[in-house]
Design a protein around this ligand. Sequence first.
Ligand code: ADP
Ligand code: ZN
Ligand code: ZN
Length: 728
Amino acid sequence: MSDFYHHGDLIAVLTTQPLDRTLDYRAPEGGCHAGAFVEVPLGPRRVLGVVWGPGRGDFDLAKLRHASRVLDVAPMREEMQDFLTRAAEYTMTPLSAMLRLATRAPGLGDPPAMRRIYRLGQGVPDRMTPAREKVLDVLRDYGGLAFTLRELAEMAGVSTGVVKGLAAQGAVLEEDSPRDLPFPPLDPGQSGKTLNEDQAAGADALRAGVASGRYGTTLLRGVTGSGKTEVYLEAVAEALRQGRQALVLLPEIALTAEFLTRVEARFGARPAEWHSGVTVTERRRIWRMVAEGGAQLVVGARSALFLPYRELGLIVVDEEHDTSYKQEDGVLYNARDMAVLRAAICGARVVLASATPSLESWANAEAGKYDKLVLTDRFGAAVLPEMRAIDMRAETLPTNRWISPSLQAAVTQRIRDGEQALLFINRRGYAPTTVCRACGHQIGCDHCDARMVEHRFLKRLVCHQCGETKPMPEICPACEVSGKLAPVGPGVERLTEEAQALFPDARIATLSSDMYASARALKAEIENIAGGGADIIIGTQLVAKGHNFPLLTLVGVIDADLGLQGSDLRAAERTFQLMRQVAGRAGRAEKRGQALLQTHQPEHPVIRAILAGDEEGFWRAEAEERRQAGVPPYGRMAGIIISANDAQPAFDLGTALARMDAPLRAIGAQVYGPAPAPIARIRGRHRVRLLVRADKGAPLQAALGRWLAQVRLTGSLRLAVDIDPQSF
Ligand code: ADP
Ligand code: ZN
Ligand code: ZN
């Protein structure tokens, strides 16, 4: 049992306020356990905090205040405190920011009496008032949903008394909150699919790992369709049998629906679903149930790592290579790495699943730090698609056309056979650039360095970096000539137009994240496609992420060279992964698929490796290059992002920092830059970046800490540390 502090004892409380230390208080009336969630007075306010340990005693004891009250939720476990502490150290963020990630469930502090919910009732109120009408409107708008008193009153813009009045007359029903109801139990006893030999061996190994009750990470590799999901579901089953909880992280909300259905088929009930699209009330319920053991399995986004699991036994990171696991805002962390950290602390197993693992995970497996499992075949008769290049230098195309005659012929054939073809282009919108034909001006974003992208579907220009939008101008902002602005290059919308012209009788579906009003609409379209409701699918990166389209047998990649152009050291890895993922969409069940890559450089080593399907060869060559350069995973990197309202002070600070590099030199690290950051301007702020490289074993964070301690930030200057940056 954790330490208990009696009323008046000195305690240290970590609050969610942006302070970088704990604050001393006296334990509240009735005392509190270590880890208890408490409300404490801070200045004129009361704020949320966690009893972190005994007080430091370095504050005037006479002035110490008492914590106001203990919240009615399970205290934070010691292992969670450890996890937050170590994650804060690793990412070099204040502990209070980590605590905010862990307490995101809103309304955490509602006392039990307030945990009542309100939904539409049958009763008719004695008289109607505009305020009452507003409450009933909200409830009608939201169908059968229920809200807490405060939520409902806030949404309707009325006082809570109005809701209470309606409740007294039965027009609104007041009930105990279902968020206290545990999730229906999952039954691991139901037998899963009959696994083939490879799959069965994989499942055995994972089950044994989970049963051991000790930390370990397994890299589960296998092409799309090889049954990775079937195999790791057996690891989930084992965790459930052991009475421990499991977490499955998915990179994309759009993937959860299909996954939940599979869980339900396997375990007879639906698990907890955690992501930004889940209602506040449901998230609160999940937070509590995870802490109390009333949720056995959580499926969701990276932030699910920060839920207060009582008995975590397994974390699966599906599509572990996916860049969306890196949070690039606020606390900069990679959920894949944090999953490994969390599991190591609480003695859980990790499964990293991917058809095309990150070089980091590949290297860890090669080095023996991770176990390796490889599923070689596609399930059943399905085989990998045939991969071919279409040499664009040999194809004749009219201007503003991107589908080559060879690709067109192949698509026509598939449609004739009643199959589906996917045309892949990794560019949202209509055209990546809008140029004035009179003066050559390109329309850029007013807030960033990016070009504005025309989205005809939205009828606007959109900045893909900061999200700024504006209407398409009539006249050129530079030369003021009208009617001369023209789109240059293809985006997914423009490609759809071309396909409509080339295949007038085909049913064409476009899949791009910004073209659907909601995750639900997108899911409906994905289901429609899977059911054969389209002949041609035109899609962005979104389609690369693991949807099952059984009729799809041809993938045409419009521009395989696109990702190879940057100077980013990870460009080759990204292109390789993306092309393999996309190609993997073709041909599942019985039909052999084909992938055609339109390229201007079929002899490029990355394109050749993709075509040859020579994964090991590609990884080895790529690993060797990184080893030579001493960069991750064979060295360590950190980015220091300095931002300010103007570029000059940011550069000046960067230059000054680069000169004061003694603490870095002391560990053999080098600093490069300052240079404009990969995103050089966001929302009006100018950003420059310093890159620090160190050898693998070097104590990078400690040295960075000493180095950055020399900085005094003035004016609008801000500084953020990005350990393991995505691009370098
Ligand atoms: P991955 O996760 O590697 O892409 P999945 O686990 O989604 O592969 O499997 C691909 C498809 O094959 C799914 O529809 C799955 O249900 C099916 N499948 C895989 N293994 C089996 C099996 N042993 N028995 C029956 N169906 C299977
Ligand atoms: Zn112009
Ligand atoms: Zn912008």
